[in-house]
Design a protein around this ligand. Structure first.
Ligand code: FNR
Length: 371
């Protein structure tokens, strides 16, 4: 169908499933084990309801905000997803160019299928990009990546901490990647690559399962970029990150692709906000330490819920992959435009004229248990 018939982010998924090569679909859509967590990522948002404020003059509404001090047209960012060329020949560049047009921030993955420099070069002057980092067993390689990123103007380093070993995504594992598959699969992996169990396993053998809290000081020494942990799943770890002077955490279960039965990011957010208040008297949003959430976000209402509960912004992954796999860059622009339209309407209906006016009073999260 023409792009004009696409009405929401779910539509891209349905179309992508029909048009994408089976292996690519398996890699993008799969999640761990019985795929309970990926389902929960959506379900958790369905347990939160709104308490709209009426009779507010909402002629003008503005949902732009700042992430780590950088302007964005809405409180979302394009999160890191590996292997963009599986879905479209231009891979991650589709995201870079669409992000520029819609003024949002892109997080570049370590395992992008375009080279890092290609993706940075494709950005407009002043366009903000972050980097997602998988820490290599060989720290010299990681140091080179981090320092090069800083030199190229990357504004934040998101260290993935939920993947000491890649989860079992069985849909993906049933696909055999061969040397003929898009070169990025074979290239991204290092020596001794096992291609017999899907794309994820083929590319992940370099990741260091020995990464631990004490390694984070080293990152502070080698870079001045803000450090954020991606994949935190409990308040104790969020508080540790805060106490270590990091810039924030992404409450995430990796789109349900790592530990099955991990809780949704939005559920963890409620817990984190409550404990920070109780233990440190800290309230969110907080410029010194920012909370991000990802997983299962498909509507502006999902984003508004997370921001109302204390998140600075929310990451969105698969919908943009499905959008460019079906329609290239234009698909991603359309997906972002749909979100903008949803923001405008829902901010009005909620009686909130700006991001600053969002707060916990606007949502009923009583169905979300705080442990
Ligand atoms: C991911 N994600 C991910 N995260 C990361 O830290 N490094 C990576 O290389 C990847 N790669 C990746 C590939 C694909 C195909 C997907 C779907 C996801 C996880 C990603 O950053 C994010 O946490 C989730 O995708 C968010 O969930 P939704 O929006 O996809 O539901």
């Amino acid at each position: 169908p023409p792009l004009s018939e696409i009405l929401n982010l779910h539509d891209f998924e349905a179309i992508a499933q029909k048009v994408m090569p089976e292996k690519a679909w398996a890699y993008y859509s799969s999640a761990a084990d019985d795929e309970i967590t990926i389902r929960e990522n959506h379900a958790a948002y369905h347990r939160i309801w709104f308490r709209p404020r009426v009779l507010v003059d909402v002629t003008k509404v503005d949902w732009s905000t700042k992430i780590l001090g950088h302007r964005t047209s809405m409180p979302i960012y394009i999160t890191a997803t590996a292997l963009g060329k599986l879905g479209h020949p231009d891979g991650e560049l589709n995201l870079t160019r669409a992000a520029a047009k819609q003024n949002v921030i892109q997080m570049i993955p370590t395992l992008a299928s375009c080279s890092f420099d290609e993706i940075v070069d494709a950005a407009q002057p002043g366009q903000v990009q972050f980097l997602q980092l998988y820490v290599n067993k060989d720290r010299a390689i990681t140091k080179r990546i981090v320092q090069h990123a800083e030199k190229r103007g990357i504004k934040g380093l998101f260290i993935t901490v939920d993947a000491p070993q890649l989860g079992r995504r069985e849909k993906d594992m049933r696909q055999k990647f061969t040397a003929e598959d898009p070169s990025e699969v074979s290239k991204a992996g290092s020596d001794g690559v096992d291609r017999s169990q899907g794309a994820a396993r083929a590319i992940s053998s370099f990741i260091d399962p020995g990464l631990q809290w004490s390694d984070l000081d080293w990152f502070k020494q080698i870079t001045k970029m803000p450090l954020i942990l991606k994949g935190v799943q409990r308040w104790e770890d969020a508080l540790k990150a805060y106490d270590m002077g990091l810039a924030g955490v992404v409450l995430s279960n990796h789109g349900g692709r790592q530990m099955d039965f991990a809780r949704s990011g939005i559920e963890v957010l409620v817990e984190v906000v409550a404990e920070f208040k109780k233990q440190r008297g800290i309230v969110f949003p907080n410029p010194r330490f920012q909370l991000f959430v990802d997983g299962g976000v498909r509507r502006a209402t999902d984003v508004i819920k997370a921001v109302s509960l204390g998140a600075t912004a929310v990451g969105i992954g698969r919908p943009f992959l499905y959008a460019f796999s079906s329609y290239g860059q234009e698909g991603v622009e359309k997906a972002l435009q749909i979100l903008q339209d949803e923001f405008e309407m829902n901010m009005r209906l909620l009686g909130a004229r700006s991001i600053e006016e969002l707060g916990p009073d606007l949502v009923d999260s009583s169905n979300i248990t705080s442990h």
